[in-house]
Design a protein around this ligand. Structure first.
Ligand SMILES: C[S@@+](CC[C@H](N)C(=O)[O-])C[C@H]1O[C@@H](n2cnc3c(N)ncnc32)[C@H](O)[C@@H]1O
Length: 496
């Protein structure tokens, strides 16, 4: 056993851990995680540096080493598996390492693997433990980052914004952070979103102001210390902060201020303004336009405004609640199973059908090459009411539709489209067209807020509406998660 290799691997591992942590700390609510540079609802891309992984591959576990050294090696193995997308293996390796030598860093690493594996409850428990750690490896930065991650999970994956606010406040209160605008920029950003989700736009704007100021300060620091990637993340975040602050100003009736802010955004952010312009003039139910429908909210009811800033859990919950009471529930694009587990937990004993190759997107999307988001062909662990159809949608959908017999021979209740691509969305809508009728709800995961949105899910849906004479109403838009929910109101393709 090469002790030097182990020691250097462990140091690298810690660096990886903090690389993750910092990446997320500057990615409130998934900012910048999308391949195409927009906001995102989840961390989809792997962040571990290839060189680090090559080094930790050299490490082995042998029966003769001490528990501490074995724990280092297991942690290294877990990081390698996580990098390959083998998350079940990564979770086991980190769990074993933690049992051999419990440290706050290892809790953090395990929590990240659990989170990526779509196990939010377990991840929350593990981050919470890391957050409260004062043992080896625990420091204010780790506790701060764990609290930020907790806030993100609570808001996005568990739909508990109150709790998210408590965690973000705890992050800001960590020693060494309390008075630094730069260090707290991510926390300010994150809290601004949560307050906006609660409809408290005035306070959200003040926090965005502080976040933007801190980010600009941070840009200077990162320019000197942290390299181009960190700088471009900081710049992207400050643009997003300006965009969201401008939207909040519009919702408060400060249109001139918002227009001026939009005008300061660089041309590569025009897609955000275009997304907002589309939403602002789109129809909500009862022929109301979005801006009309939020007018009364400026005085009292905060709900509708808040929904523009909400996370995936709440969007999926509302989508199901608005759908016809029974029928097929399908997800296209499962990856590690995060959203399908949320859906499965919401439908009682009904079946959720999940479609995926588990080998990543079949063609490039924006800056993401084909194969991005691969689960390394690992089928994620899911509740009993989930049924998988493994393969390309074009291969599995015809057989699925043909195989449906009573009592399952039903119209579609809900489709969650999370395959990112135009072509995949076309295939889903065309194969299911004669089961898509009034009361069918479709949740699109990347409908807006990416640079290529007019060419992706949006385009596929609009074309299907024209072809099948579907009429529809928009139920929800989230500028944050990029999700949009539509309900079909009339359909000529529906065969009942
Ligand atoms: C963004 S990920 C899905 C994320 C997931 N819903 C979650 O909660 O984390 C996209 C997934 O779509 C799958 N995918 C994309 N196009 C596909 C196609 N045409 N056929 C099968 N799977 C596809 C990829 O394999 C990948 O797992």
């Amino acid at each position: 056993m090469n002790i030097a290799a182990l020691a250097s691997a462990f140091l690298l591992l810690l660096a990886v851990g903090h690389q993750y942590a910092n990446a997320f700390a500057v990615n409130p609510r998934g900012f910048g995680n999308s391949a195409s540079g927009g906001v995102g609802s989840k961390s989809k891309k792997r962040l571990v540096d290839e060189g680090v992984v090559e080094k930790i591959k050299e490490v082995n576990v042998s029966p003769s080493v001490s528990p501490v050294m074995a724990a280092y090696a297991l942690s290294a193995r877990g990081a390698e598996m996580q990098q390959q997308g083998r998350l079940n293996g990564a979770v086991s390796a980190f769990t074993e390492a933690l049992a051999l030598h419990p440290t706050a860093d290892r809790r953090f690493l395990l929590a990240m693997a659990l989170e990526e594996n779509g196990e939010p409850h377990k991840a929350v428990a593990m981050y919470d433990w890391a957050c409260q750690s004062h043992d080896a490896g625990a420091d204010a930065i780790l506790r701060h980052d764990a609290a930020i991650k907790l806030a993100d999970l609570c808001a996005n994956d568990l739909g508990d914004v109150e709790r998210a606010i408590r965690y973000v406040d705890a992050a800001m209160a960590e020693d060494g952070y309390a008075h630094s605008t730069f260090s707290n920029a991510a926390a300010f950003d994150q809290k601004a979103f949560y307050l906006a989700e609660q409809g408290n736009l005035g306070e959200a704007i003040l926090l965005w102001d502080a976040a933007i100021e801190g980010t600009e300060e941070g840009e200077l620091v990162t320019h000197n210390n942290m390299g181009e990637e960190a700088v471009s993340r900081a710049v992207a975040r400050s643009h997003l902060g300006r965009f969201f602050r401008a939207v909040a100003n519009i919702l408060l009736g400060h249109d001139q201020e918002a227009k001026a802010a939009f005008a300061t955004l660089p041309v590569e952010c025009q897609y955000m303004v275009d997304s907002w312009n589309y939403i602002a003039t789109a129809h909500y139910p009862q022929e109301q336009r979005v801006l009309q429908s939020v007018q009364p909210v400026r005085q009292n009811g905060r709900r509708k405004v808040g929904r523009l800033f909400t996370g995936p859990f709440t969007i999926l919950e509302e989508a199901l609640a608005s759908a016809r009471p029974n029928g097929l529930v399908c997800e296209f694009g499962v990856f590690h199973g995060k959203s399908i587990r949320i859906l499965a937990s919401m439908v009682g004993r009904d079946i959720v059908d999940g479609f995926d190759t588990f080998e990543g997107i079949p063609e490039a999307w924006g800056d993401d090459p084909a194969g991005t988001y691969t689960a390394a062909a690992e089928i994620p662990p899911v509740p009993d009411n989930v049924r998988f159809h493994v393969g390309l949608f074009s291969d599995t959908l015809p057989g699925y539709v043909a195989s449906l017999e009573p009592p399952e021979d039903l119209p579609v209740r809900l489709i969650n489209v999370d395959c990112d691509l135009y072509q995949g969305t076309v295939e889903i809508l065309y194969h299911l067209a004669n089961r898509i009728g009034p009361g069918c709800v479709i949740c699109f995961d990347e409908y807006l807020m990416t640079p290529t949105w007019p060419e992706d899910e949006y385009k596929a849906f609009q074309e299907a509406c024209a072809k099948f004479k579907w009429e529809y109403e928009y139920l929800s838009f989230s500028l944050f998660s990029k999700q949009v929910v539509v309900r079909i109101t009339a359909s000529e393709s529906f065969v009942g």
